[in-house]
Each structure stands twice: as structure tokens, then as C-alpha cells.
Design a protein around this ligand. Structure first.
Ligand SMILES: Nc1ncnc2c1ncn2[C@@H]1O[C@H](COP(=O)(O)OP(=O)(O)OP(=O)(O)O)[C@@H](O)[C@H]1O
Length: 258
């Protein structure tokens, strides 16, 4: 298979994705907004990282820049060994297709396709066939084996989101970015989806970066990084929901006095 972007010189110790001095501004002159201000962060392979912070702190912007959906203003964003700013639009599309999986708040499934067809659609669009053993593993991991012939309207919100997780995993991406993946779900369905994301990391070795507002969701991750006003301000390993909540309350209290 030919690749239009330089093949990554990734070693196993290299992070799945890395931002260095990543700055992103929107608008010009008096309307300029600095959404990210020289953020440097690494997302290690085979780990589940949550990105937290108040509304407007830059979480979605970081995800979009790291995933090649939005160009950076300055600094660097890399997936594996590949510098995203060095790629043209066609190369970026190819990189996203081959190396990145996405899960959004709404599952964005095509209503006329079955669950299985939705899961394999990105691969088919890329002209690739699903690898059967991996497809079976992903389907089993997200608990969908009995539901593959169902259409989205015949699935619960949680099941639909599990299809979206399977769709993100099926191409064995270098990294999966999930933006508030449980934002539309009740807490039980949300817990299921988060459990499957965590299983994809622990059992399948995937790398997941998840934006969330919810300390309970963040506690499923191996590590939480905190953004405030476009800056990386803290991080926590092996988070519990209580520890994440305490950290967030501390930031809010600091924000009130500063
Ligand atoms: N396309 C855009 N044009 C102009 N400003 C933008 C754009 N996208 C984001 N911003 C601004 O950049 C800042 C960071 O936004 P971002 O959406 O990344 O924050 P967030 O932490 O994801 O917020 P939320 O939790 O509310 O989704 C905000 O001030 C926002 O208004």
C-alpha cells in the first residue's frame, strides 16, 4: 500500500500523539481569541487519557488540532512521527482515515445501514476490507455480536454509541479521539460505553483521548490532563472521580481569587 504522507519513524516508545508549543488563535486583531496558548502534551500509546477543563478552556480545539481537523496557528501537532502542518489537505484526509478514529457526542450513524455496515463503512470508503479476526474482536469487546443486523433506530442510545466506538476502532487507528462520547447518554449507558473504551485500551492496546466535563467519566481514564484558558495547568494519574472533582473545584476557587 502506498502512503502519500511520510511513513512514521515511530518507535514503540514514541507517543501516539504529541503537541509542542501548540497555539491556536481564531479571528483577527480586536476579535482575536487565543483558544490554545503554547500547549505541550504527549499522549502515550496504549493509554486512556481524559482532557478536562471549564467551558471555553480549549478542550475541543486541542482535539481538533491534534486530529488534523483544524490547522494550528503555531507550534507542532504530531500523530506518531507525522507532523500535521507538513501535510496538504489530501494527505490529512488520508492520515485521518488511516490513523485516527473519532467518536462524537452523537453517534452519527447512517440510518439506512445496519450496525455492521456502519462499523465497516470507514474501511470500505478507504477501499479496505475489514480484517475478520479484528472485526470479531472489536464487536465482541463492545458487546454487539447479537445486534449486527439491526439498524440504528432499532438500537438504544447506548448501543448506537457502542457501534460508533466499534466504527472508530475497526481500522486499528493509531489513536482514537472521543469528544464528550457519553454526553447524550443516561448514566448506565454512559458507563457501558466508557467501560468499552477502557477495554479497548486495556485489552486491545488502543490509545484513546477523551474530552469530558464529567469527573466520573474521567475516572475511567489512566490519566487526566486539565486545561484552563487555553493552557495545560495540571494532570493526574490513576484518577478517581473524587480526586478529579477536588482538582476542578480547586481551579474554580483559584479562578475566583485571581
Ligand atoms: N471556530 C471558532 N471561531 C472563533 N472562536 C472559536 C472557534 N472555536 C472555538 N473558539 C473559541 O476558542 C475557545 C476555546 O473553545 P473550545 O470549544 O475549544 O473550548 P471547550 O473547552 O471545548 O469548551 P466546551 O467545554 O464548552 O465545549 C473559546 O473561547 C471559543 O469561543
Amino acid at each position: 500500500m502506498s502512503h502519500a504522507f511520510p511513513s512514521s519513524s515511530a518507535t514503540l516508545t514514541e507517543p501516539a500523539a504529541r503537541a509542542s508549543g501548540l497555539t491556536k488563535t481564531y479571528g483577527k486583531e480586536e476579535t482575536r481569541v487565543t483558544a490554545l496558548d503554547a500547549v505541550s502534551v504527549e499522549f502515550a500509546r496504549g493509554r486512556f487519557t481524559a482532557v478536562m477543563g471549564p467551558s471555553g478552556s480549549g478542550k475541543s480545539t486541542l482535539m481538533h488540532c491534534m486530529a488534523g481537523l483544524d490547522p494550528v496557528t503555531s507550534g507542532s501537532a504530531r500523530i506518531g512521527g507525522v507532523e500535521l502542518s507538513a501535510l496538504n489537505d489530501r494527505q490529512l484526509t488520508q492520515l485521518r482515515r488511516e490513523k485516527v478514529g473519532f467518536v462524537f457526542q452523537g453517534s452519527n450513524l447512517l440510518p439506512t445501514l445496519t450496525a455492521l455496515e456502519n462499523i465497516t463503512l470507514p474501511l470500505r470508503l478507504a477501499g479496505r476490507r475489514p480484517e475478520q479476526a479484528w472485526l470479531d474482536t472489536v464487536v465482541a469487546t463492545v458487546g454487539l455480536a447479537e445486534r449486527l443486523e439491526h439498524r440504528p433506530t432499532e438500537l438504544s442510545g447506548g448501543q448506537q454509541q457502542r457501534v460508533a466506538v466499534a466504527r472508530a476502532l475497526v481500522s486499528r487507528p493509531e489513536i482514537v479521539f472521543a469528544d464528550e462520547p457519553t454526553g447524550n447518554l443516561d448514566s448506565r449507558s454512559g458507563a457501558e460505553v466508557l467501560g468499552f473504551l477502557r477495554d479497548s485500551v486495556r485489552e486491545l492496546g488502543q490509545t484513546v483521548v477523551m474530552v469530558t466535563h464529567d469527573p466520573v467519566a474521567a475516572a475511567y481514564a489512566d490519566r487526566v490532563v486539565f486545561l484552563a484558558d487555553g493552557r495545560l495547568v495540571d494532570e493526574l494519574d490513576a484518577p478517581t472521580a473524587d480526586a478529579v472533582l477536588a482538582r476542578m473545584l480547586a481551579f474554580e476557587a483559584q479562578g475566583r481569587v485571581s
